[in-house]
Structure formats: structure tokens, C-alpha cells
Ligand binder design. Structure first.
Ligand SMILES: [Zn+2]
Length: 231
């Protein structure tokens, strides 16, 4: 009965009983509860992911947005277990929190948190769906530690101080949120994902999608520390 309900919501073509059960038994941590996190949360709940964790820095978290998203899920998807963490992820809690989930989805709105989550993903060997969206631009990629380049490989010189303005999230957030949600489901169902080793960029101004091929950065400290690349 529960699985039938979610079948209607999953626009994924052929999804069998085994895959539906797999999604219901899956645990996904959404890091960042702003505009992008809310989109991903709605998508993953309607796809029938059984357990969804939400974590954000209390200072950054748009509580109103989280509460309304949570209420919406509780009303429409009673079977989905939502767990919220009103705390900052750091070295004291990262292993315990991340250890509970199959995959991580980076919807943080600042690069300090994004790089920290990337570091923990590589350290604890958890697949990470990374994305950002601001105004009419967005991008997404899938990071599989030890298999694909990490965020620090991609953006070695990006300032940790960059903060994406939530209120400036235009329509690109919908496109990027959909791509990230699809990638999360692909990872859980072990479906080959086109965002592995690829940064997909989206520019809503000219409706342009571009794929940039990625490779490991031999100078990446995060990958070197965790033995993902040999130096
Ligand atoms: Zn790296």
C-alpha cells in the first residue's frame, strides 16, 4: 500500500518492488535547509525515501522554511521519517550523524560548510551530491570518495567566505534541486549517474546546460589525507 502510493510519485520509468523497498529503507541526510534544501526535501519525500535527516547551522537555518516543509511532509507522507538536527556539523558530531545515512546531499548556502561536509564525506567514505543555486545560475555534481574528484579538487581556490543569498535563489534552484534529487535516487538504486566526474552547470538566462569533465587534483589535501590519491 505504502509502496503503491510512492510508485505514483516516482517518475523514473521502470521501478520494481525491490527498488521501491530499497528507497523506503534508505536514509538520506540533507545538509542545508534553505531554498535548495527545501526543494530536495520535497522531491525525496515524494519519491519515497524512508528516512530523511535535515541539518543546518542554527544561525543559517531558515526555521520557518524547515517547519513548513516538515509539516507538509507529515501531512502528505506520514510514513516518511524526518529527523532534524538543529546544530552545526563539526568534528565532535560528524561521525555519529553521517554514519546514520547512506548518502549526503549538500544544499548548504555557504562554502565553509560545503567544504567541511566534503571533507567528512571523503573521510567517512559517503557519497555526496553537491549543488548550489543562486539567481539564474546553478551547478551540481556527484562525489564518490576515492572514485571521483572531491569538492576541494574542483574548487581549490574558492574562498570559504562565499555565502549564497537564499532570497536570491531564482528559478535555477528548481532545476538544480531536481537534478540533485535524481542523482540521490540514482546513487541509492546503484544506477549509473551522469554527474559522476562531471560538473553540470545550468544558466537560466539562456537555458544553457553544460557538462564539464572533472579529474582529481593531484594537489588536493583532502583526497591526499584520506588516501584517495597518492602523492
Ligand atoms: Zn579532492
Amino acid at each position: 500500500m505504502i509502496k503503491e502510493k510512492y510508485t505514483k510519485n516516482i517518475l523514473l520509468g521502470e521501478i520494481g518492488e525491490e527498488e521501491k523497498s530499497k528507497l523506503l529503507n534508505s536514509k538520506v541526510l540533507i545538509a542545508g535547509c534553505g531554498a535548495l534544501g527545501s526543494k530536495v526535501l520535497a522531491n525525496l519525500a515524494s519519491a519515497g525515501i524512508g528516512t530523511i535527516g535535515l541539518i543546518d547551522n542554527p544561525d543559517d537555518c531558515n526555521t520557518e522554511q524547515v517547519v513548513s516543509a516538515q509539516k507538509w511532509i507529515e501531512k502528505h507522507y506520514k510514513e516518511i521519517n524526518i529527523k532534524t538536527y538543529n546544530e552545526k556539523i563539526d568534528k565532535t558530531n560528524s561521525e555519529k550523524i553521517i554514519g546514520e545515512y547512506n548518502i549526503l546531499v549538500d544544499c548548504f548556502d555557504n562554502y565553509q560548510s560545503k567544504f567541511l561536509l566534503n571533507e567528512y564525506a571523503v573521510k567517512y567514505n559517503k557519497p555526496l551530491v553537491h549543488g548550489e543555486a543562486a539567481e539564474n545560475y546553478g551547478h551540481a555534481t556527484v562525489i564518490i570518495p576515492h572514485k571521483t574528484p572531491c569538492l576541494a579538487c574542483l574548487f581549490p581556490n574558492t574562498s570559504r567566505d562565499i555565502k549564497l543569498a537564499d532570497e536570491a535563489a531564482g528559478f535555477a534552484v528548481n532545476a538544480i534541486g531536481a537534478l540533485m534529487s535524481q542523482s540521490a535516487i540514482n546513487l541509492l538504486l546503484v544506477i549509473q549517474d551522469d554527474l559522476e566526474n562531471v560538473l553540470l552547470t545550468y544558466n537560466a538566462d539562456d537555458m544553457k546546460l553544460e557538462k564539464i569533465k572533472l579529474s582529481f587534483n593531484p594537489d588536493c589535501k583532502i583526497c591526499a589525507q584520506q588516501g584517495a590519491i597518492s602523492r
